[in-house]
Design a protein around this ligand. Structure first.
Ligand SMILES: [Zn+2]
Length: 353
């Protein structure tokens, strides 16, 4: 195990960020190389907890000479976001200085141009410098996992169709309850990595990328940070790497992924037509039928005439729910992985800003 630090000078005098990078050297140059980062959205810690236990497992594997492929782990990828507090509340999703989502605006380049990412870093803001160095590390790997979480949520992942169904082994190993098949059209970290591989040859787009993987894993909800859960997820991740030949050992089993894998067009985002107090009738993990009562929005407390019932537009699995109980007009309430495409229009790219 080798530990180094990426040092990022702040945009104002007297500030500098230090980002620990943990590396395990593989013994087989032909084995896949792995890059794993957590908490790019700095207030999403389930992945950091996973990485904590995962590094322990890797140290054990290393002492037994079982690391075949190079593995890089960045357990807390966003020290800039982690330090942003606004009136006592951590703001880990958007850079307060530029209003940019920390998981957007990654450079879309061909993998052959990787070296250019770290040229002239002095010309970049601290946040962009961080982004360039993260994606530069990722593009040196074959298997890239970006560990996030949702608000209240089951465990699921965004996986580009270019990696599916090959990536079903990851979904099985991590016990995911659903997979959302994305179309790879955004500047999110995972999709920028996929972009670099797809357009390796300028002007030619590869539809499938066998042996590669770039994925955003949503490790349940923001508060799902517990020792048993993180240790189980770390073991799942280790099993995935054993299955892919990155770590030596016997895989625990080869059960097939049984959860739904649906395109993003099949995700129903349930929104509040008006602002108010949210009374949820249904919880994540439940299967709902078309017309089922999901939530009531109390728009005028004390007057039932103001209540608005929100019903399921079609059958599906209730994947996520907001944790706030005051919602604004048009605010997201839930995500449902549904059987058929949603009637609501969706622009290509990520589901949320
Ligand atoms: Zn996130």
């Amino acid at each position: 195990m080798d530990v180094s630090e990426i040092i990022i000078p702040g945009d104002t005098p007297g500030i500098e960020w230090r980002l620990p990078v943990i590396r395990f050297k593989g013994s087989d140059p032909a084995a896949p190389k792995v890059y794993i980062q957590a908490a790019l959205h700095a207030n999403e810690l389930p992945g950091t907890a996973l990485a904590h236990f995962f590094c322990g497992k890797l140290r054990q594997a290393e002492s037994e000479g079982r690391i075949a492929g190079d593995i890089t782990v960045v357990p807390q990828a966003n020290p800039i976001g982690a330090a942003q507090s606004h009136f006592g509340e951590l703001q880990g999703r958007f850079d307060l200085g530029s209003r940019t989502n920390f998981n957007r605006d990654f450079p879309l380049i061909a993998v052959g141009d990787r070296a250019e990412l770290v040229d002239e870093l002095d010309k970049c803001s601290a946040a962009n410098r961080l982004k360039r160095q993260l994606i530069h590390m990722a593009l040196g790997a074959d298997l890239v996992l970006d560990l996030h979480c949702d608000d209240e949520s089951l465990q699921y992942a965004y996986i580009d169709e270019a990696f599916w169904p090959e990536a079903a082994d990851l979904a099985t190993a991590l016990d995911m309850e659903a997979v959302l098949l994305s179309d790879g059209e955004s500047s999110a970290f995972e999709e920028a990595v996929g972009f670099a591989w797809k357009y390796e040859v300028p002007g030619e787009r590869k539809a499938k990328l066998p042996g590669k993987l770039s994925v955003t894993v949503e490790l349940r909800g923001r508060r799902d940070v517990y020792p048993d859960m993180a240790a189980k997820d770390a073991e799942g991740l280790l099993q995935f790497l054993i299955g892919r030949g990155v770590v030596g050992g016997r895989a625990a089993g080869d059960a097939a992924f049984s959860g739904p894998a649906v395109p993003l067009d099949n995700v129903e985002i349930i929104r509040a037509p008006e602002g108010g107090t949210v009374l949820f009738h249904r919880n994540i993990g439940e299967h709902v039928a078309e017309g089922d009562l999901l939530a009531t929005i109390v728009t005028r407390p004390g007057f039932v005439e103001g209540d608005i019932d929100i019903r399921a537009p079609q059958d599906g699995l209730l994947l996520t729910r907001i944790s706030d109980r005051l919602v604004r007009r048009r605010g997201d309430l839930m995500k449902i992985a549904a059987d058929r495409p949603s009637k609501a229009a969706r622009k290509a790219g990520t589901l949320e800003d």
